[in-house]
Design a protein around this ligand. Structure first.
Ligand code: 1GP
Length: 252
């Protein structure tokens, strides 16, 4: 079994950044998925995150199998609900929605899925999930029935992340939500990164290599990109190159 979390912590300590391609099994057409997978392999993408806030079709297993048939890139479940589980993945972000006050998403769903996960071969990565306002109402905000943290309130984000870390969560995921108009600001990323030690995952509305660079320089350890890669898969190469250049520079 791989130890993805340990490897992520080692990378963080070395200042190396990682790229995750988000695949929503419901939204991506199979032809396009092959293209996304092949470009991800070429670009040296670190992870596939698999999930969505609202999954209408039950294509999760097929999606995971289609990826595994083409490559060995680790597949990490990023579940929008407790039924989005599969032994075909390598790991799961066991998300507690710490920016919200919906008890089901803080602990309720976890109780239901714990027995399944205990028996599964999946690596379980306890993750504090923080929704940040991305300038438009997102599916995750609506479905989770929670309000995002205002984008200019870095102090709330910091206190939330620190509380999550103190509770023992092993990663913080700051998300402006898929398709966010405004990605999370570098200021907020820098504040949260400076106040916590666990790996920091950042996603939502990242569309350009410039924004990717800004985020990793601000302290993001893993960048998650979904929509932009679905629309223009060739962007995988340019954003991965930005991260690789950063990683080469920290090694020099
Ligand atoms: C959403 O962080 C992810 O949960 C990725 O967002 O689809 O906007 O890249 P995008």
């Amino acid at each position: 079994m791989q130890d993805l979390y340990h490897e992520l912590v080692m990378a963080k300590q070395a200042g190396k950044k990682k790229l995750a391609v988000l695949i929503d099994p419901d939204r991506i057409r199979l032809g396009k998925m092959d293209q996304v997978i092949d470009l991800s392999v070429r670009a040296g993408v670190d992870y596939f995150f698999i999930g969505g806030s609202l999954i209408v079709n039950n294509q999760l297993d097929e999606c995971l199998q289609a990826i595994r048939d083409r490559c060995d890139i680790p597949m990490v479940l990023f579940p929008g609900d407790s039924f989005q589980l599969s032994y075909k993945a390598d790991a799961i972000l066991f998300l507690s929605l710490i920016s919200g006050r919906n008890a089901e998403l803080l602990i309720g769903k976890h109780v239901i899925t714990a027995p399944y996960l205990k028996m599964s071969p999946l690596e379980v990565i306890p993750t504090g999930y923080m929704l940040i306002d991305g300038g438009v109402p997102t599916t995750v905000s609506y479905i989770s029935n929670t309000s995002p943290i205002p984008r200019n309130k870095s102090d709330i984000a910091v206190c939330t992340a620190v509380a999550g870390e103190m509770l023992g969560l092993k990663c913080i995921y700051m998300d402006a939500g898929s398709g966010a108009r405004e990605p999370i600001s570098a200021d907020m990323i820098e504040s949260v990164s400076g106040a916590t030690d666990v790996p920091l995952i950042v996603g939502g509305g990242i569309r350009t290599p410039e924004k990717a660079k800004e985020n990793i320089e601000a302290g993001a350890d893993v960048l998650v990109v979904g929509n932009a890669f679905e629309q223009d898969p060739s962007l995988i190469i340019s954003i991965a190159r930005t991260i690789a250049n950063h990683n080469v520079a920290v090694n020099a």
